[in-house]
Design a protein around this ligand. Structure first.
Ligand SMILES: [Mg+2]
Length: 175
């Protein structure tokens, strides 16, 4: 059975504890774009996130790994953040993520992937043995109801998996 268990769950990307990541010998952060660090279809980063990314870049390598197929849009987002960006990544397929690790020149155990979608962002990270961080989507309105419903199901699945895990009294989420 497919089990998706993010290493960490936070509300907002800027809530990520960089000190904890450093203690875990993390050297690189790979971000999903839409709804993780940028509201969809805006092309602009919220100011707090852009400032936070600047700070992150002082201590970590960063990259954007997006399933968004629009090359120009994703590349511009990469330019604005000052990092390499991959469009059409087809997460949870691993090919583009493997390329990102190669380009960052980091091993899976040195990288954390951060995203708002369990079945794409977290799953690809899990498949490659990365640390994973699930964030709340920046924007939840403005999507069609069917997509919203699917995302809600995804998150219920994660919550119940975590609850079951907690009920088992096991604190090691890597099992
Ligand atoms: Mg996303």
């Amino acid at each position: 059975m497919l089990r998706i268990k993010p290493t960490y769950i936070v509300g907002h990307v800027t809530d990520i504890n960089l000190e904890d990541l450093k203690k875990d010998s993390i050297k690189g952060l790979v971000f999903d774009l839409d709804n993780t660090i940028m509201p969809p279809k805006t092309g602009d980063y919220p100011e707090d996130i852009l400032k936070w990314l600047e700070m992150v870049k002082n201590e970590f390598k960063i990259a954007i790994l997006s399933n968004n197929p629009h090359k120009e849009y994703v590349q511009k987002a990469g330019e604005k953040a000052g990092c390499i960006a991959y469009e059409k990544a087809q997460k949870p397929r691993i090919k583009a993520a493997v390329q990102a690790l190669k380009d960052l020149d980091l091993l899976p155990e040195q990288v954390v992937i951060i995203g708002d979608r369990p079945l794409t962002d977290i799953l690809v990270g899990q498949r490659l043995g990365l640390t994973t961080v699930l964030v709340d989507p920046l924007i939840t309105h403005d999507e069609n109801q069917f997509i919203s419903f699917l995302k809600m199901l995804e998150r219920c699945f994660i919550s119940s998996a975590l609850k079951k895990f907690a009920d088992n009294g096991n604190n090691n989420q890597n099992n």
